[in-house]
Design a protein around this ligand. Structure first.
Ligand SMILES: [Zn+2]
Length: 286
């Protein structure tokens, strides 16, 4: 059994094109199990393929359509690579295609649906239409999570009111443990409502950064949340924890985040590591 768990990472993204196997092996050698999270068709399929390359290891996949990929505006070279073909591919804007994702969702290595959710931070053009597209894609993924009985992996930025409203409206079709709010940036009040709905929360490298105006008070949130609702993540290749801040992040670095979570919570690092692994095992059925 692994000692740590990176519940949300992207070691299958273009940023790891040359060395994803090495990065995953480094994580496994450090005792870190992980979930590679897809963001659209291509990266979702790839997450499942990579999980099967490590068939008997704690390497899993989440599959889904990220809200920013429901419109045309976004291209991130760390995610999809450079060059015109990658750009042409992503510039379409994707609608959630239930059957395509259902096939991937049923794979035994797939442990969650997402990342899905709402992101009102990146918005250009017809805001009403963009929000509708995001909501449709999220609703499709709530249904899929229900149909395959797997938890949601939720991304939410600047949209907690709408997210909470949608989750509340669809509460009857959410699973008993409905899912994870990844990289939580809401308020304590949002956290309370999401706790009541049964959600878990992942924290990443930002908990190791000094507090900053305009950013959530992560320490207060971690202290507020019950230990059985907290998971650890890296969101690699982004937001590396101290002492790796500014470098390309990778799953093995989750160890630093777990240490910091323990310090904030005032418990031994071993106990925090155990809790984050147990919480991941419970929600992902692994
Ligand atoms: Zn992510």
């Amino acid at each position: 059994m692994n000692k740590f768990f990176d519940a949300h990472t992207h070691a299958h993204f273009a940023a790891f094109k040359e060395d994803y196997r090495d990065a995953i092996r480094r994580a496994l050698a450090a005792g870190v199990g992980l979930v590679n999270v897809g963001t659209q068709k291509d990266t979702s399929r790839r997450a499942v393929e990579v999980a099967h390359e490590f068939e008997n290891e704690p390497v899993y996949a989440a599959i889904g359509l990220h809200p920013i990929h429901t419109s045309k505006s976004h291209h991130d070279e760390n995610e999809l690579g450079g060059g015109d073909s990658a750009k042409a591919f992503t510039s379409r804007g994707e609608e959630f295609e239930y059957e395509y994702y259902k096939k991937l969702a049923l794979d035994p290595k797939t442990v969650a649906i997402g990342e899905c959710g709402l992101d009102y931070f990146h918005m250009e053009g017809d805001v009403g239409k963009l929000k509708r597209r995001q909501k449709e894609a999220l609703l499709g993924q709530i249904k899929l999570a229900h149909d395959v009985e797997k938890p949601l992996m939720i991304h939410c930025r600047d949209a907690f009111d709408d997210l909470i409203e949608m989750l509340t409206t669809n509460h009857q079709i959410l699973n008993t443990i409905p899912g994870i709010i990844h990289f939580f940036t809401g308020t304590k009040d949002d956290a309370k409502k999401l706790l009541d709905l049964g959600f878990r929360f992942t924290f990443g490298g930002t908990v190791t950064y000094p507090p900053k105006a305009g950013m959530p008070d992560y320490a207060a949130l971690v202290r507020f949340l019950p230990l059985d609702r907290i998971l650890s993540e890296t969101d690699a290749p982004y937001v590396a924890p101290v002492p790796y801040r500014g470098k390309r992040n990778e799953p093995a670095y989750v160890v630093e985040t777990v240490k910091k979570l323990a310090e904030i919570k005032g418990i031994p690092a071993d106990e925090m590591a155990e809790a984050t692994v147990a919480n991941a095992a419970r929600i992902f059925h692994i």
